[in-house]
Design a protein around this ligand. Structure first.
Ligand SMILES: Nc1ncnc2c1ncn2[C@@H]1O[C@H](COP(=O)(O)OP(=O)(O)O)[C@@H](O)[C@H]1O
Ligand SMILES: [Mg+2]
Length: 283
């Protein structure tokens, strides 16, 4: 499902002493099936941009088209947007409130008025997608689960509606390394199945491994937009824009400085490959 952001600006608290320009004249085209990572320092406008794409904030100027339809038009069917676009906010586990896991995950489907048996099947599938045994977990209170489990339940609630576009704001913050790895693998599977993914993260390593394209913001403007491999391969440009460097590219940079150039490497497997090749040719 393509997304077009056209000359979008967002000013909060306009005309008051708190007036803040969060975004200036943003243009962005996202193709169906992309996996885009958004990065940039706190306050640069990442959350505002995805809230605008999700139709949760109204632009000051410009417009957003989701599936070629202007979501800010007066006659736009917002129910359609809510069914097509899933949003996982920061710390989604704080939004759990139902008495059982099954009811919580089925909440939005019930609200959309889907039939009971269809809802039950989607809830089961969504819980299995995030790694739960449905029968074991369905009747538990979500509030009694561990932090990582709560987050998986919250995400299952978004996935149950089978969104075509999945937007995630810092989804791996606070997850332990294994939970993070499993969660990112889930995003890869969803993306491979055709879900368009937009993910904000401060974790440069996660973005380098999983996003195919990176959009970096600074003071409300886009400063970098390109394939993840290219963006992370240029550590100087990242530093100039106060952005994080991924560890694989940083290591390749250190080796280059020491006269052992292994080329631009941004993924862990590619790093291992390049180092093994070098070791083999030295024998
Ligand atoms: N609801 C709001 N009201 C007023 N200002 C806001 C609001 N939300 C964000 N801002 C301001 O807009 C700017 C961008 O914020 P945000 O989109 O949250 O950035 P990020 O997600 O990159 O940290 C910041 O200066 C922030 O203080
Ligand atoms: Mg934010």
């Amino acid at each position: 499902m393509p997304v077009d952001v056209e000359n979008l600006s967002c000013v909060y608290a306009k005309g008051t002493s708190f007036e803040t320009t969060a975004l200036r004249d943003i243009c962005l085209h996202i193709e169906d099936g992309e996996f885009v990572g958004f990065m940039g320092r706190t306050g640069c406008g990442k959350s505002t941009l995805i809230a605008l794409i999700a139709g949760l904030v109204t632009p000051s100027t410009g417009r957003v088209l989701v599936d070629r339809k202007n979501i800010n038009a007066r006659n736009y069917d917002r129910a359609e947007l809510r069914q097509k676009v899933g949003v996982v906010f920061q710390y989604p586990e704080y939004q759990l409130f139902e008495t059982t896991v099954e009811r919580d995950v089925g909440f939005s489907l019930r609200r959309f008025g889907r039939p009971k048996d269809e809802t039950a099947a989607h809830v089961k599938k969504a819980l299995e997608l995030v790694g739960f045994d449905f029968e074991k977990v369905r009747a538990l209170s979500p509030l009694g689960l561990s932090g990582g489990e709560k987050r998986r339940v919250a995400i299952a609630g978004v996935l149950a509606a089978s969104p075509k576009l999945l937007i995630l704001d810092e989804p791996v913050a606070g997850l332990d390394p294994l939970g993070r790895k499993e969660f990112l693998a889930l995003l890869d599977r969803l993306n491979a199945d055709g879900t368009t993914i937009l993910m904000i993260s401060h974790n440069a390593d996660a973005l380098a491994e999983h996003a195919k394209r990176i959009v970096a913001l600074r003071d409300g403007e886009i400063v970098l937009d390109g394939p993840a491999q290219d963006v992370f391969a240029d550590a100087n440009v990242l530093r100039e824009n106060s952005l994080g460097v991924c560890q694989t590219a940083a290591l390749a940079g250190i080796l280059r400085e020491r006269g052992r150039d292994i080329g631009p490497v941004t993924k862990y497997d590619a790093l291992i490959e390049a180092l093994s090749e070098r070791a083999a040719t030295r024998k």
